[in-house]
Ligand binder design. Structure first.
Ligand code: PEP
Ligand code: MN
Length: 340
């Protein structure tokens, strides 16, 4: 297991010089290499038609993964809290229809088995960044974990939260900067652009940015996305809704599909300027969701299709049915780490 912080700094991991983790999502998407992965979709799954419309629209615009909340952590208990089980079935259908791997949020350790039967990536939201029981539970899965920075969490705290997942046996963690709470009220949160290069210098894990929850308004999403890529982000997660003004959550920060298509195009230009590229969707149906437990996970594994996993090393590669283990085999590279 490759750790983020030295044991002497409290628990695990260390940055190994010259190595970066490239995380393989369902054998279809590589996160942490030269290509920048754009994830998009609605804040919440609100129904079958809207999700399928959203999924097709973001795929056609260039997203390589679909987001959509089935269970929503809302500040008020009276706000829309997601369709739950029904939304998970809809996400599975959208995955089948578009071939896009799915990322969805897990709120409670008891949801793991059900959510990982649908999700290709398990999202741990900002409000749960220090839910240590949840972090340990997702650490028993080999599904990659998208770990969002807490509202008022330092980078050290984010890294130590990631450490919980790694320490439980899951090396597949993607860090996400999504804005932090500051004195500023003009934006929903303050995007900490510096977190991208700082985190990347301190860990081997990929770092992505959520410009939607950072800005809180659709007009800010594109400029923040461009800044994130210029700063070295390995990907973006963006909220897109077919009818933002009618959205049940986060409509004000959601892009229309047309605005999202423009964002992807402009991100491509910034990526090119810094020697990278925006990842392109793979054609064909996504591999069946795979569930591979870490050795300390007691529950039964449901194995099929490509597994997700992490590879490390100066020439690590990812796309393909990589084993869910750390691989340092330069000869099988298809994706170069970035920076090299
Ligand atoms: C979300 O992605 O919709 C979400 C709730 O994000 P965060 O946890 O960053 O607030
Ligand atoms: Mn949201």
């Amino acid at each position: 297991m490759l750790h983020l912080l030295e044991p002497s700094r409290s628990s695990a991991t260390q940055q190994r010089a010259g190595t970066r983790s490239i995380i393989n999502v369902a054998g279809r998407v590589a996160i942490g290499g030269r290509s920048i992965a754009i994830i998009a979709g609605p804040c919440s799954v609100e129904g079958r038609d809207m999700l399928l419309d959203s999924a097709r629209a973001v795929r056609d615009a260039g997203a390589v993964m679909l987001r959509g909340g089935a269970y929503k952590p809302r500040t008020s208990p009276y706000s829309f809290r997601g369709l739950g089980e029904e939304a998970l079935d809809i996400l599975a259908d959208a995955r089948e229809a578009t071939g896009l791997p799915v990322v969805t949020e897990i709120l409670d350790p008891r949801q793991l088995e059900r959510i990982e039967s649908v999700a290709d990536v398990l999202q741990v939201g900002a409000r749960n960044m220090q839910n240590f029981a949840l972090l340990s539970e997702v650490g028993k899965s080999r599904k990659p974990v998208l770990l969002k920075r807490g509202l008022s969490a330092t980078m050290d705290e984010l890294l130590l939260a990631a450490e919980y997942v790694l320490a439980a046996g899951n090396p597949n963690v993607i860090l996400c900067e999504r804005g932090i709470r500051t004195f500023e009220t003009a934006t929903r949160n303050t995007l900490d652009v510096a977190a991208v290069p700082v985190l990347k210098s301190r860990t081997h894990l990929p770092v992505i940015v959520d410009p939607s929850h950072a800005g809180g308004h659709w007009e800010l999403v594109e400029p923040l996305a461009l800044a994130a890529i210029a700063a070295g982000a390995d990907g973006l997660i963006v909220e897109v809704h077919p009818n933002p003004s009618g959205a049940l959550s986060d409509g004000e920060q959601s892009l229309t599909p047309a605005r999202f298509a423009r964002l992807v195009e402009r991100c491509g230009a910034v990526a090119t300027a810094i020697g990278r590229q925006v990842a392109v969707p793979k054609s064909g149906a996504a591999a069946t969701a795979s569930v591979v437990r870490a050795p300390n996970g007691a529950k039964s594994a449901v194995k099929s299709g490509a597994k997700s996993g992490v590879r490390l090393g100066a020439k690590a590669g990812v796309i393909g049915a990589a084993p869910a283990s750390v691989v340092r085999d330069a000869s099988r590279s298809v994706e170069e780490p970035w920076p090299a």
